[in-house]
Design a protein around this ligand. Structure first.
Ligand code: SIN
Length: 187
């Protein structure tokens, strides 16, 4: 699949007549809300884990020297914490451009921190997209992140802001925190 998903995403969901739609964010969408929203609530989704397995050609790296950003990987029984935003459907015009490097929108059930449930859309970069990098040793991922930067800034800023945002959500993500530890100690 092409790394540019803008046109594919535009065809994927119809929002006819809807005043608002929930969006679930688990990566930069937690700490960088550069879009208008009507409501913001901590939430989680089941069956997915967060992994720094997606290459970033357009935000935290370049096509020749990709950075690493997070995507979700299916894992039975796992729970991924994040932030849900209730947004007007037209906000997806902006989000589809922001998430264009390999991410597709999927509908998912979400559970809010207070136990309420709703469906929401989530952007996931699946392994068949051209920018997918896949698994690597967490120390090597930290080294790649330390060396990468792109139009949205240094890749380490993405990692450190995500780790801080997860601490604020009281989410212990062993993968993210291990990479953060390697990066901070440069070991
Ligand atoms: C997300 O944050 O939900 C998607 C991945 C990213 O933009 O970092």
């Amino acid at each position: 699949m092409t790394a540019n998903t803008i046109e594919i995403n535009r065809q994927r969901h119809r929002f006819d007549g809807r005043e608002s739609v929930w969006l679930f964010g688990y990566g930069s969408l937690i700490f960088k809300a550069d879009f208008p929203y009507l409501e913001r609530r901590p939430a989680s989704i089941e069956g997915w884990v967060r992994r720094f397995w997606q290459g970033s050609h357009d935000h935290r790296g370049t096509p020749d020297a990709p950075g690493r950003v997070v995507t979700l990987i299916e894992e039975a029984g796992a729970v991924c914490q994040g932030m849900a935003y209730r947004i007007a459907p037209e906000v997806f015009d902006h989000l589809d451009v922001r998430e264009k490097n390999g991410y597709l929108r999927f509908m998912t059930p979400m559970t809010f921190a207070d136990g309420d449930q709703s469906d929401g859309l989530v952007y996931i970069a699946t392994p068949n997209n051209a920018a997918f990098l896949g698994p690597a040793d967490e120390r090597d991922i930290a080294l790649q992140i330390a060396a990468s930067h792109g139009p949205s800034g240094p890749n380490d800023e993405y990692l450190l802001r995500l780790a801080d945002a997860l601490r604020e959500l009281a989410d212990i993500d062993p993968h993210v925190f291990a990479i953060e530890r390697h990066l901070r100690t440069a070991d």
